[in-house]
Design a protein around this ligand. Structure first.
Ligand SMILES: [Zn+2]
Length: 261
């Protein structure tokens, strides 16, 4: 009798512990934990597009403003990661980080510290290098192959030298080759003549906010030169995105508006 009583208490305790466990798991799943839950990526309103390439899917996450994330062939590539645009503790760690230039809405060492792993490679400009140790400096025209991805640094600047925001030769745009698809991330630039040299761009990200980069009209002109299949206006602030959609209506370029203000 004593033994049976002891066993039934043990069984009862085990059942009780099990149910507590299940309850706490349910609470965690429904977000009812007493520990503060950070919003997930979808709760942060971040949108993701999938593009087919001959080497698998390219996932594009439109994080905000000039900030993007690409996922391809098991690698995570962060572009201009900035903590004001997202909770980076909820985003996958970077295999590769690309920084276009040193302005605070593009270079944020706090975001880099959160997403960096021991073997993360960072590509940046000479001006950024002073703030980010261990990066690979690329200047306009340089081509690099990292983790099987071809990356070309291209010019990004303001046409009028009196505009001091983005001097020629200082900032980078990047052309990244994902399988058979080339993606052009323009950085902060105007519709510069070097855009004529870009060939076979499938996706382009073009900035659109005066006085720092382009008006919708300038961005539309740039898009007609670059001729991407898909254009994402980005870094657009308060600019009315419907203007560029209208300007490119019959151009054959699909204009995708995401939360990249
Ligand atoms: Zn800038």
């Amino acid at each position: 009798m004593k033994k049976a009583g002891f066993i039934s208490i043990v069984v009862l305790l085990a059942v009780f512990a099990g149910s507590c466990n299940a309850e706490s798991q349910n609470a965690a799943a429904s977000g009812e934990s007493s520990v503060e839950q950070k919003p997930t990526i979808s709760e942060q309103g971040i949108e993701m597009d999938t593009i087919k390439t001959n080497k698998g899917d390219l996932k594009i996450t439109a994080i905000g403003h000039g900030t993007l994330m690409f996922e391809f062939a098991g690698k995570v590539i962060h572009i201009d990661p900035v903590t004001r645009e997202a909770d980076y503790t909820k985003l996958p760690k970077a295999d590769l980080i690309l920084i276009t230039h040193e302005h605070g809405d593009h270079l944020d060492t706090k975001a880099i510290d959160i997403i960096k792993k021991d073997n993360t490679q960072i590509i940046l400009t000479k001006t950024c290098a002073a703030q980010v140790p261990g990066g690979i400096v690329m200047k306009n025209g340089d081509v690099n192959s990292i983790d099987g991805l071809e990356i070309e640094a291209v010019p990004a600047y303001n046409l009028d030298p009196a505009t001091r925001f983005h001097p020629k030769g200082q900032g980078n745009g990047y052309v990244i080759t994902f399988g058979d698809k080339k993606v052009y991330v323009a950085g902060d630039t105007e519709n510069i003549p070097e855009m004529k040299n870009l060939k076979d761009i499938y996706i382009a990200f073009l900035p659109m906010n005066l006085p720092y980069t382009m008006s919708p009209e300038m961005a539309a002109e740039a898009a007609k030169v670059v001729k991407p299949k898909i254009l994402y206006p980005y870094h657009f602030g308060q600019t009315d995105t419907s203007i560029i959609v209208g300007l490119l209506k019959d151009s054959g370029i699909e204009v995708r508006i995401r939360k990249l203000d």
